[in-house]
Write a protein that binds this ligand. Structure first.
Ligand SMILES: [Zn+2]
Ligand SMILES: [Zn+2]
Length: 461
């Protein structure tokens, strides 16, 4: 019997992670992520799944980020009733993130339908609703790191710490039938060597095929101490400018990294002069989950008896009223709000009040996909449209690469280099500009049999 893997998502792209593993007569969906980016990309989320839903026997998801988990509710809505295997903390985070994603879909559809009903066009349905997302959570089976579980006959799953966000996993799948044992290792999203909160990704030593993310395959992050200096300077300049600091956040992962760093460097950065707002109900809930699962990482993000970060001037803002009150603050606020690529969420409101003010600072930390507002800002847009209004961009923009939550080129190569048998490696979760240099470097340094996975590619393991 054969073990076959086919690539249907995050091929030559970062988002929409989705692969199909066929183990003998069984079919496992590895990842079921949402496609994110411009509206043309996102429209593809409602396409039929690449294989019939009825054929799927089990689903495995590497971590809670929506580009890996965000189409699970849609899969369930279309009839999938089987198990979704995730790490325990991932399950807890999905309980927060998937209903939120459903809620955003409802809001998007409402917005779209307002326009459509004016123009007499047929109305659209949300991709899935909050209720759909809540309904599928009972299918999530949480397992511990390093625990083995048979997901379909002959196929054993093990999660290993990927060091990217809480619960993030390297997925090891071992297939045993009458033939030799075969092992597929999927990196998921990998953390980086100096990550503030998470531990480094676990090194693996043997596989018959490796699927490797390549988000930052073309670059080396700045040394971590430089990032710390850069952040210190930023807080100093921003204080002198007497404005606010806006920080679009991926509410799970980088937000907690930043909170941790601010607590660690509180005196050095003179953060007592600021009010720090986490303006995101999801960010607040996710931070609580980080507190609950603090045994999964080494950093001391919380005090021994507290589920709040060690920051005296920290405000967790949940309600709309609390969020709107922040809009009145002209100076001295550090505002962390979603979404991370400025595609929606409360950051839009804060941009509205601050984007035209040269005394304010916008700090971009994470990857910005093509077609997003965050990307346009990073690419130097002079003006942007917010709430239907054109606004001049006068806010000072900073991109801080050293805090990315993803491995850089050196980390990716080091992680693969630990495989003693140099298995074939397929690059996913990256744009071609990042993948080509990584592939070239892996060939040159390690003579690695490396390919860039393309949509529909099928391999035999
Ligand atoms: Zn991720
Ligand atoms: Zn990802």
């Amino acid at each position: 019997m054969s073990l076959q893997l086919q690539f249907f998502g995050a091929t030559e792209h970062v988002t929409g992670s989705l692969y199909v593993l066929r183990a003998g007569e069984y079919t496992v969906l590895l990842e079921c992520g949402l496609i994110q980016g411009g509206s043309a990309d996102e429209a593809r989320n409602s396409d039929p799944f690449p294989i019939p839903v009825d054929d799927i026997d089990a689903v495995v998801v590497s971590h809670a980020h929506i580009d890996h988990s965000g189409r699970v509710p849609l899969l369930a809505k279309r009839g999938y009733g089987g198990p979704v295997y995730v790490q325990n903390a991932t399950r807890a985070l999905c309980e927060i993130m998937l209903p939120d994603s459903g809620y955003l879909n409802e809001k998007d559809a409402e917005w779209e339908n307002k326009k459509r009903s004016k123009n007499g066009k047929p109305l659209v349905e949300p991709l899935y609703t909050r209720a759909d997302a809540e309904a599928c959570l009972s299918q999530f089976m949480g397992i511990k790191y390093e625990e083995s579980i048979e997901v379909v006959p002959g196929l054993t799953l093990r999660f290993h710490d990927a060091g990217h966000i809480l619960g993030s996993s390297i997925v090891e799948l071992t297939y045993k039938d009458k033939g030799p044992v075969r092992t597929l290792v999927f990196s998921g999203d990998l953390g980086y060597r100096d990550a503030p909160v998470m531990d480094p990704p676990k090194q693996m030593h043997r596989a018959d095929a490796v699927v490797l993310e390549s988000t930052y395959g073309d670059r080396l992050h700045r040394a971590f101490d430089e990032t710390i200096l850069e952040l210190g300077e930023l807080f100093e300049t921003a204080h002198a400018d007497r404005g606010n600091i806006l920080r679009p956040a991926f509410t799970v992962g980088r937000t907690q990294d930043l909170l941790y760093l601010m607590a660690e460097h509180f005196d050095e950065w003179q953060l007592g002069r600021w009010q720090i707002f986490l303006d995101s109900p999801m960010g607040v809930d996710a931070t609580n989950t980080y507190s609950k699962y603090r045994h999964l990482y080494g950093a001391k993000l919380f005090g021994p008896d507290s589920s709040l970060p060690n920051l005296p001037n920290f405000h967790a803002s949940r309600s709309t009223e609390e969020s709107m009150a922040i809009n009145a603050i002209r100076s001295g606020a550090i505002i962390i709000a979603g979404s991370g690529m400025c595609t929606g969420g409360r950051i839009h409101h804060h941009l509205k009040y601050n984007i035209g003010r040269p005394e304010c600072h916008l700090v971009i930390v994470g990857f910005q996909a093509h077609g997003t507002l965050g990307r346009r800002l990073v690419d130097g847009a002079d003006e942007v449209k917010l709430w239907g209004e054109i606004q001049k961009v006068r806010i000072q923009l900073h991109t801080i690469g050293g805090l990315s939550a993803h491995a850089d080129q050196a980390d990716l190569i080091d992680w693969y280099a630990a495989f003693e048998n140099r298995p074939p490696v397929y690059l996913v979760h990256g744009e071609p500009d990042a993948q080509q240099p990584l592939a070239a470097m892996m060939k040159e340094k390690l003579s690695a049999p490396v390919s860039i996975a393309t949509y529909g590619l099928s391999i035999e393991i």
